[in-house]
Design a protein around this ligand. Structure first.
Ligand code: COA
Length: 260
């Protein structure tokens, strides 16, 4: 299907979803949120897709936030719907069951930082800027930013970033655990592609088990998290990929995973 605000590209088992409103620094209006929700739902359902890369069009921004022009006219009830739609999208991405890599150049502010934080791997250009500047607009983060930043970077960093609102560098975001890799701008695509290719060749059911155990476990007490891990570990033994992976090791050859 054709999207007005997204570009979709496939490279083998890697699907790239690009937010494509560069003249508005890829700001998330309601229509873009809806399209992203549809695009991620399709990526989840398509067995040929094993990895998703999420990007922003142009050099200047990954996503510079929720669309301020649209929010300016919202009633509280509309704002509630907008926040819920954003939160649903972020949860959908986080619980996609397939690895999602955020490719971050330029600004990742407000809803853009929130969108990056719900991805599983975040690769940033050295020139990227992160921040939760909502306080400067008399607002608070509404797409899960207060909660995901708290879990990713801890209470101190979450309070500092949300209260001060100022942008931070990619290096500072790395130190806080908000991004997992920082690379030179010219190495961004190469790094993201290599990561995506590695994930595309790995056992998808094992990847799904890892995502589940870490994401569910992070929200439970340790005993429940450990039990969840045991169940996911045992489930892996029901897959052909587990037999193939262990047999390939013993036979000193490269495993060919099929997602079964
Ligand atoms: N919502 C709607 N439009 C946005 C936007 C947003 N979050 N961020 C940028 N834009 C638009 C600008 O209004 C401008 O549109 P125009 O050309 O029609 O006037 C266009 O994108 C380019 O942005 P501009 O501000 O001219 O670029 P800049 O390089 O001078 O500044 C930023 C870049 C990121 C510092 C600045 O755009 C900014 O502060 N954006 C808002 C960030 C924010 O508060 N995000 C959280 C929202 S909850």
């Amino acid at each position: 299907m054709a999207y007005r605000n997204l570009e979709i590209a496939n490279r083998g088992a890697v699907r790239t979803i690009t937010v494509n409103r560069p003249d508005k620094l890829n700001a998330l209006n309601r229509e873009t949120l809806n399209e992203l929700t549809l695009a991620f739902t399709q990526a989840a359902q398509d067995d040929d897709v094993r990895v998703v890369v999420l990007a922003g069009a142009g050099e200047k921004a990954f996503v510079a936030g929720a669309d301020i022009a649209e929010m300016n006219g919202y009633t509280p009830v509309q704002a509630q719907g907008f926040s819920r739609a954003g939160q649903r999208l972020m949860s959908l991405v986080e619980r996609l069951g397939k690895p999602v890599i955020a490719r971050i150049q330029g600004f990742a502010l407000g809803g853009g930082m929130e969108l990056a934080m719900c991805c599983h791997l975040r690769v940033a250009s050295e020139k990227a800027k992160f921040g939760q500047p909502e306080i400067n607009l008399g607002l608070i983060p509404g797409f899960g930013g207060t909660q995901r930043l708290l879990r990713l970077a801890g209470r101190g960093a979450a309070l500092e970033l949300c209260l001060l609102g100022g942008p931070i560098s990619a290096q500072r975001a790395y130190e806080l655990g908000v991004v997992t890799r920082v690379v030179a701008p010219e190495a961004l695509d190469e790094t993201v592609n290599a990561m995506a290719d590695q994930l595309a060749a790995s056992a998808p059911l094992a990847a799904a088990g890892i995502l589940d155990a870490i994401l569910q476990g992070g929200e439970t007490a340790i005993d429940q998290g450990l039990e969840f891990e045991t169940q996911a570990f045992a489930l892996a033994f029901s897959t052909e990929d587990m037999r193939e992976g262990t047999t390939a090791f013993l036979e000193k050859r490269k495993a060919a995973f099929k997602g079964r």
